[in-house]
Design a protein around this ligand. Structure first.
Ligand code: 3PG
Length: 308
């Protein structure tokens, strides 16, 4: 009997990515089924029994979903952040959880820079704006996305700095970027900050007004990571304390209505998380996900497992 993979995407992949993912799976003799744009998690629970593997995006996979299938062996998050999966529940049922790091990073990096240009030009409202050239950009976490944002920003003539306690300074220097040794130094040096940190117990709520108040005049915070890493009451405080503060986020914060009501010219929020919404990123992440499933189920390859 062929092995079965369920692709669960409340925000579907581009059609071309679904086509390529299906082709890769079916060539290996797998059955690939889709559950796209669902409205309730009960639809996942009803459909999941009988499936060996699941491919997801930001879809929230909690204990109830995980426990609803006796057959599930692997969940692959087609993307980088896996804060949407209950890893402990998966581990308790011996289900392997993987991500596909790097596969959608270029799309996220291009969006970060694109939104910076848009805000520097006053959302293209016809009024005189500013340029990115010559400004300092701080990369907060030099992972796959941070590295790409840095590379594109150099092309714009920005001066690029980075803070990442998990990466050797020499790696950052080799890319022509200046490493800084504390997060405070990064924020006090850079007018633009690109947030690229994951959402976890250490980072949640860690971006606060103490950090944001250090940024030089014309402070612009660009968040293509997760809204949860920002302390929202401190974000509101920063908006009221500094008339120059601009916040750009790929997905609105919970307090977006309050921000938009008072400071609409100093913010931009995507209506849905858009960073990875390109055909290329969907193809890369989707095909990587199915290949990782095949390699795990056929050869027990656990590369990219995140719940080891
Ligand atoms: C990621 O973590 O890979 C990005 O945030 C993209 O998420 P998405 O696949 O849900 O758009």
């Amino acid at each position: 009997m062929s092995k079965k993979v369920l692709v669960v995407t409340i925000k579907p992949f581009a059609a071309k990515a679904v086509e390529e993912l299906k082709k890769a799976g079916e060539t290996a003799g797998y059955q690939i089924d889709l559950l796209e744009s669902y409205s309730d998690k009960s639809q996942i629970i009803d459909k999941l029994p009988g499936y060996d593997a699941m491919i997801i995006r930001s879809d929230k996979i909690d204990q109830e979903i995980i426990n609803s299938s006796e057959d599930l062996k692997i969940i692959v998050r087609a993307g980088a952040g896996y804060d949407n999966v209950d890893l402990d529940s998966a581990s308790a049922k011996n289900i392997v959880v993987m991500n596909t790091p790097g596969q959608n990073s270029n799309a996220v990096a291009e969006l970060a820079i694109g939104m910076m240009v848009m805000m520097a030009r006053n959302k293209y409202n016809g009024k005189s704006g500013t340029e990115l050239k010559g400004k300092n950009l701080g990369i907060h976490a030099y992972g796959n996305v941070g590295k790409l944002v840095a590379g594109i920003a150099k092309g714009f003539g920005m001066k690029v700095f980075a803070f990442d306690p998990f990466i050797e300074n020499s790696v950052i220097e080799n890319d022509g970027i200046s490493p800084l040794s504390t997060v405070e130094e990064l924020y006090s040096t850079c007018q633009y900050i690109s947030l690229n940190i994951p959402n976890n117990d250490k980072t949640r709520g860690s971006i606060n007004s103490a950090l944001l108040s250090k940024m030089p005049k014309g402070a612009t915070l660009v968040n293509t990571a997760r809204k949860e890493v920002i302390d929202e009451s401190e974000l509101l405080k920063t908006f009221s304390d500094r008339e120059d503060f601009v916040y750009i986020s790929d997905i609105a914060p919970d307090c977006s209505e309050q921000i938009v009501e008072k400071y609409k010219n100093r913010c931009f929020f995507t209506p849905k998380k858009m960073g990875a919404q390109t055909s290329e990123a969907n193809i890369n992440a989707g095909v990587a996900a199915i290949n990782q499933i095949i390699n795990f189920l056929e050869k027990n390859d656990t590369t990219f497992q995140v719940n080891k």
